[in-house]
Design a protein around this ligand. Structure first.
Ligand code: ADP
Ligand code: MG
Ligand code: ZN
Length: 485
């Protein structure tokens, strides 16, 4: 992170520059955006010497992204994306994001980085600007061929970063840019990335060192802020769903993940002795495999496990806070994207809470299957009613509107799950787009009348509930769906 030459602190010349810019801005930007651009110019004055900042193109909780135009030596103008990170971001977190971009970026469908500006605690990452279409805008008009291409290029990006031991942790359409005209793709946003045990990204190692600080809850993006997470979140008693006796089991499903002593064991040992809980902890527990939570379990500390990302894209092992999470979590998210592409529905799983998200997964992949997979990775998951596994072709064709139109109401959203305490605010997408669900018109064209079995087979393997057997990006690229690529 280097600063450019002497900063121009003379605010008058900056203001002058900004005003001139505003006149030159062809498109009308809102007053709010103008104020944000002015703020950025003041926060990082060096930017004014290089860029004409014309618009805001992205806004999240932890950054704002602007469009900047620079005049090159040869007189040509070139567009850049300027990502202004919130000033409270942890320095190691910022440096790790940059290192992912510099080491792995710039090829294989992974966004590169051009430069980085810093003034005090303000950091701006400069990247080549990539024109792209919002996923929701194009979802309804994609041909099957384009879907095949899209998922292939996403897997290519994942193979590449996984080779470096980078786990992205936030794979979703807004972080995978697609330029439809030029058929180009770019994976962005390493703001939540973590390293595998053998990662080649030095700063991701450092990051996991920081992550090991004893904190009861490993909150989302906790390294983005220097201020510790409020203690309240560590003590909140959640994840435990106690069905009351009056509920009708046919209409209400209950899902709970018990933070059981067994859950900290390795999958192998938990498989061998699934019904001998707590013996070596000297604690008496009598709730294992029942639908209650005993006091001993109520007072247990939450397991420390990373839980980053957006609920609807989180893998089962993330939702259940399994401590061993690897690159397979990105593959699951890619599976959720493919599910959206094949059904034409986005977002597919809409949940602000991990257990609701898990229940929604069960409605597609089956409750018994989910429980079994969880057991294999060492988690006791319970669901009060049985949800059958869905046939993926039938599901996708029905939702897309190709077959049995009266069946429209698929149990996408499971029946009334009671959750004691939803713990996260809704994740907002730039432009607040994920508020709307996209229901496309039934299509006869675009290859949707002959989706090959391979597409559903790949979907099935990406959405493997068990991370140990889930397909890798490398394997997926050799899947028969991509023969001829
Ligand atoms: P955040 O951490 O706030 O989600 P991202 O890096 O995902 O930040 O960027 C937010 C949005 O900004 C993206 O969804 C995308 O629309 C836009 N964006 C980011 N980088 C670029 C880029 N290099 N070119 C074009 N748009 C970009
Ligand atoms: Mg993002
Ligand atoms: Zn118990």
């Amino acid at each position: 992170m280097e600063e450019t030459g002497p900063a121009r602190n003379d605010s008058q010349s900056i203001d002058g520059h900004v005003k001139a810019d505003r006149k030159k801005r062809g498109r009308k930007v809102s007053r709010d955006v103008e104020m944000d651009i002015d703020y950025l110019h003041k926060a990082v004055p060096q930017l004014s010497k290089v860029f004409r900042i014309t618009d805001k193109i992205g806004e999240g909780t932890f950054s704002s992204v602007y469009l900047g135009e620079a005049q090159l030596m040869d007189g040509k103008r070139e567009k850049f994306a300027l990502k202004h990170l919130i000033p409270t971001s942890h320095p190691v977190r910022i440096a790790a994001e940059l290192q992912c971009l510099t080491v792995a970026g710039g090829r294989e469908n992974v966004m590169g980085v051009t430069y980085c500006f810093r003034k005090d605690d303000h950091v701006v990452i400069v990247m080549p600007y990539m024109k792209h279409q919002p996923f929701v805008d194009i979802l309804g008009s994609l041909s099957f061929e384009e879907v095949r291409l899209y998922i292939y290029h996403l897997l290519k990006a994942l193979r590449h970063i996984h080779q470096f031991g980078i786990i992205h942790r936030d794979i979703k359409p807004t972080n995978f840019l697609y330029n439809r005209q030029e058929k180009t793709f770019a994976l962005v946003d390493f703001g939540l990335a973590q390293g595998t045990v053998d990662t080649q990204i030095e700063l991701l190692k450092e990051l996991s060192g920081l992550c090991r600080t004893p904190r009861a809850v490993f909150g989302e993006r906790n390294l983005n802020s220097c201020t510790p997470a409020p203690a309240k979140s560590a003590d909140t008693k959640i994840e435990l769903v106690k069905p009351s006796k009056t509920e009708d089991p046919a209409t209400r499903a209950f899902v709970s993940v018990i933070r059981h002593p067994l859950s900290t064991r390795t999958p192998a040992s938990s498989q061998k002795q699934p019904r001998t809980p707590a013996v070596n902890l000297g604690l008496t527990c009598n709730c294992y495999m029942t639908d209650r939570v005993c006091n001993v379990c109520m007072s247990r500390k939450q397991q420390v496990a990373p839980r980053a990302g957006t609920p609807g894209f989180r893998a089962p092992e993330v939702l259940t806070k399994c401590p061993n999470q690897g690159t397979a979590i990105d593959i699951w998210s890619a599976g959720v994207i493919l599910l959206s592409l094949l059904t034409g529905r986005y977002p597919f799983f809409k949940a602000n809470d991990d257990l609701i998200a898990l229940a929604q997964i069960m409605t597609i992949r089956g409750s018994r299957e989910t429980t079994q997979a969880a057991k294999e990775f060492g988690k006791a998951v319970m669901c009060s009613c049985e949800l059958p596994r869905q046939d993926l072709r039938t599901l996708c064709e029905t939702l897309r509107g190709r077959s049995s139109p009266d069946d429209e109401a698929m149990p996408l959203h499971p029946p009334n799950i009671d959750i004691a305490n939803p713990q996260e605010p809704p994740t907002e997408e730039p432009g607040g787009r994920n508020a709307e669900e996209n229901v496309p018109e039934p299509q006869d064209e675009g290859g949707w009348d002959q989706v090959p079995e391979e597409a559903y087979d790949l979907l099935d393997r990406l959405l493997d509930l068990n991370p140990a057997t889930r397909i890798t990006a490398q394997q997926a690229l050799h899947h028969p769906l991509f023969t001829g690529f």
